[in-house]
Design a protein around this ligand. Structure first.
Ligand SMILES: Nc1ncnc2c1ncn2[C@@H]1O[C@H](COP(=O)(O)OP(=O)(O)OP(=O)(O)O)[C@@H](O)[C@H]1O
Length: 806
């Protein structure tokens, strides 16, 4: 450091738009920006940095241009105390001109610093002015879900009508009913308005959104375009973005704007370098204001975050963990538990938490699946004699044995297993008489008292088999763990009372005599995929943490429930009322087109909010746009599998998609083996790996294949849902209940729909749905009409036009 100025710590942060620039430019951009940021922080007076002043910004800021390496330039804002904000990055010979003409302003709603290239945006929109909409990227919600490849044979009359409508729409600005003041008041950046006023077609609107616009502008415009009333947009979007630190944003105070979380994103500028250095995931730095609030708010007790797929619930949970750890006194223990449904997801959480806060953060957090946690609790208990747990298949086989031995054929294994888990264990029915009296059968079909007597006999036989063979099940382990933790919690509370009464005398002695520390296991518990935890899991978690501020923070989505555990958290001692129960609605993963098809899968079903209330996907939206899902029909399963292989090979060879970024869901284990075989054979020779409960072994570049259950919580660039045929999805066995047990039929149907919904919403860029024979009745009505013929894919001429990936 050569001067006094250089001794003041230089802070460099980047806006979301600058990050998006870097992501879009790809290649060497990241390295050049990273190198520049590094050198700027080390010594801002270094002349080799090639920073030139551009103009003043408001009362207390300066804009400069910086040359980065050989090919890039950046626009920088400098404010007091040596703080630099990276606003935009451009590449190539026009970089200087492009950056100089950017409009830079403080958004008067959010207080964020935003940039727009007015002339580029206008030029692109005007260029499309006289062209009619061909792709219809924003069909109305009642229309076809298909806006990708056109169906093979179009109806000439319909086409003529469509063209006519489109020609008419050319002359009418899409946003004519919203005046400038209203749009600005809702948060739209003013500099985009001249271009917006020229938008008369959906294609132009899509082109406008193709620019790296500020997130708030994009969100407001999409909502208005889809017909959301202004008041709803104001309430659901604008208010969420309102600057926290003031009632009215001063558009000249650039120093303050640069300090706001919405502008500078992370409070730690190392994070900027970290993000540039490693994988480039925006979620580590940029939280939506609502996500940020949830991650950092102090709650009086527990808090619950619900929201559709891809709304960043896991991201919030991870940031929450970091926030909780930051509040801890120094130490070496792990007082924060981060838990989820299975090992695979727990590993994913560990990986993402490491990305967020490195090993230092991981050191204070216990990360494991609920079943592993339950097992450890039981194993550590004095006199534990656990028995080896049966896997799900073996547990089911045991029910078959019990049915055959008792000769009671009235109930099938699925029913008995569910009754045992979701009623008997969930309600803590230790005796026949308790079971006979249970009134809360949420999510379960009704059965009479004599029928329950019969079920109880079967359950007793099942348990007898388990103990005779010294085996157990995961559900029983969780139940036992909950019991152990409850008695432990009772002792902790008893001690606390004693301490209060006696003022602490004799306490050390009492603790020592019990041979254990009398305190709760954790200070904070954070739960992901909450919708699939059982009542026993919740009882265990409730007892593991001291009741009080920020004790349990859970995120989940009943629309994605696939294990049929319907719990009412309030009745399990986890109260999340008022502001402690929040919903996220903005999807960051899936394009609008895919989302719309996926939503159709569960439309009309009723869902709970993990409590006594109901939940819906109201307001659920995505700011990403792309191709509509593709549908492929095949005459038989063999052709279907080969068609999937051909599509995957094409995506890999022509579009450069790594195999590991693609996943195929299949209806069952047998289909998984068959699919892997087809992929491996000539002419495809595609590597694949099975998605198991524990994830995939190794990190080889191989296509992931698994049943829909295995897709939970994950995401892939391209998802192929194979075998979506009548009788396979939903499985035809549920038809037997249609007349005999309508309740059960409805529940099985809902679960099957949720399963497809989960699998479909794992797709980031592309969703391909295939079937053989008749399509599943879950698919939209027009799937058959718009489907491509899979057999054509395998013809020597190659795939028909329109099958190409994005
Ligand atoms: N604020 C954000 N900015 C950018 N990307 C985000 C943001 N929040 C979430 N994402 C991205 O959105 C995707 C979905 O996030 P996440 O997995 O947290 O969602 P989720 O609600 O837990 O999803 P699901 O319920 O479907 O498992 C991820 O790719 C994540 O990186």
């Amino acid at each position: 450091m050569s001067t006094a100025a250089a001794k003041v710590r230089t802070r460099v942060v980047a806006t979301r738009q600058a990050h998006e620039d870097i992501r879009r430019l790809g290649g060497r951009t990241r390295d050049e920006v990273g190198d520049f940021v590094h050198r700027l922080r080390a010594d801002r007076t270094n002349r080799a940095l090639r920073v030139t002043a551009l103009r003043a910004a408001g009362d207390n800021g300066h804009l400069s241009l910086a040359t980065l390496g050989e090919q890039h330039m950046a626009l920088l804002l400098e404010t007091e105390e040596n703080r630099f904000t990276l606003l935009a990055v451009r590449e190539g010979v026009h970089a200087h001109d492009e950056l100089t003409r950017l409009t830079v302003a403080i958004n008067t709603v959010s207080g964020a610093i935003e940039v727009v290239d007015q002339s580029e945006v206008s030029a692109n929109v005007v260029a499309l002015r006289e062209q009619p909409d061909e792709a219809e990227p924003f069909p109305d919600t009642s229309g076809s879900a298909q806006d990708g490849p056109a169906p093979a044979a179009a109806d000439p009359e319909a086409t003529a009508q469509g063209a006519d409508q489109r020609t008419r729409s050319l002359r009418v600005p899409l946003f004519r009913s919203h005046d400038d003041a209203t749009l600005i008041g809702l948060g739209v950046v003013p500099s985009v308005l001249p271009a917006l006023r020229k938008v008369t077609t959906d294609t132009q609107f899509a082109a406008l959104l193709g620019h790296n616009l500020p997130e708030l502008t994009r969100d407001v415009l999409l909502a208005l375009h889809s017909g959301t009333p202004q008041e709803d947009v104001r309430r659901d979007i604008t208010l969420q973005w309102k600057a926290d630190d003031t009632d009215s944003v001063d558009p000249h105070d650039w120093a303050r704007a640069a300090r706001r979380p919405v502008s500078q994103v992370s409070t730690d500028d190392d994070a900027v370098l970290g993000a540039l250095g490693e994988s480039f995931d925006a979620w580590r730095l940029f939280l939506h204001p609502e996500q940020r609030r949830l991650a950092t708010t102090d709650f009086k007790g527990s808090a619950k975050v619900t929201g559709g797929p891809g709304t960043g619930k896991t991201v919030v949970a991870l940031h929450r963990v970091r926030h909780l750890v930051e509040q801890l006194p120094p130490g070496n223990s792990r007082p924060v538990l981060l838990t989820t449904y299975n090992t695979n997801l727990a590993e994913d959480l560990r990986h993402r938490l490491r990305q967020l806060g490195g090993e230092e953060l991981l050191r204070r957090v216990d990360i494991k699946s609920v079943d592993r946690l339950a097992r450890e609790v039981v194993e550590q208990a004095p006199g534990a004699d656990l028995g080896r747990p049966l896997d799900d298949e073996a547990a089911m086989a045991l029910w078959h044995t019990v049915i055959a031995e008792t000769g009671i054929y009235r109930w099938d294994a699925d029913f008995l297993d569910a009754e045992f888990k979701h009623v008997i264990l969930a309600q803590g029915c230790g005796t026949r008489s308790l079971y006979l009296r249970v009134s809360d059968r949420r999510g379960r079909p009704r059965i009479t008292r004599p029928e329950r007597t019969q079920v109880w006999d079967l359950v007793e036989a099942y348990r007898a088999h388990l103990s005779a063979s010294h085996r157990t099940t995961y559900a029983l382990i969780a139940d036992r763990a909950a019991g152990i933790e409850w008695s432990h919690a009772a002792r902790v509370e008893e001690q606390a009372r004693y301490k209060e009464e006696r003022g602490g005398t004799d306490l050390v002695h009492r603790e020592a005599s019990r041979g254990m520390w009398l305190r709760h296991r954790y200070r904070h518990v954070v739960v992901d995929e909450a919708q699939d935890l059982s009542a026993s899991h919740w009882r265990m978690l409730r007892a593991m943490v001291t009741k009080g501020p920020n004790d349990i923070f859970l995120v989940g989505d009943a629309h994605q429930r696939i294990y049929a555990h319907h719990v009412v958290l309030g009745r399990l001692g986890i109260e999340t009322r008022g502001r402690a129960a929040r919903r996220l609605t903005l999807n960051y993963r899936t394009t609008r087109q895919i989302l719309r098809s996926a939503d159709g899968l569960i439309a009309g079903e009723a869902f709970d909010d993990l409590d006594d209330g109901t939940d819906s996907l109201k307001g659920y939206r995505s700011v990403l746009t792309g191709l509509a899902p593709q549908f492929w029909r095949a005459p038989d399963w063999q052709t279907e599998m080969r068609a999937v292989a051909a599509l995957i090979k094409e995506r890999h060879d022509r579009h450069g998609t790594p195999y590991a970024a693609m996943a195929i869901s299949v209806p069952d284990g047998t289909a998984a083996v068959q699919m892997a075989g087809t992929l491996a054979r000539e002419p495809f020779r595609i590597p694949s790996v099975e998605l198991t409960k524990d994830g995939v072994k190794g990190d080889q570049d191989a296509v992931r294949i698994g049943t829909m259950y295995r897709f939970k919580g994950l995401e892939f660039q391209r998802v192929f849902l194979a075998g979506v045929s009548d009788g396979r999805i939903p499985h035809q066995r549920i038809e037997q209940y249609r007349l005999t047990s309508p309740d059960r039929h409805r529940q099985e149907e809902q679960r099957a729909r949720s399963l497809v919904f989960v699998a479909a919403t794992r797709a980031r860029d592309e969703l391909v749905v295939t079937w053989s024979g008749r399509p599943s009745r879950f698919l939209p009505g027009d799937a058959t009409r718009t489907a491509h013929n899979a057999a054509e894919l395998l013809s020597p001429e190659g795939p028909p036009s329109g099958s190409a990936a994005a």
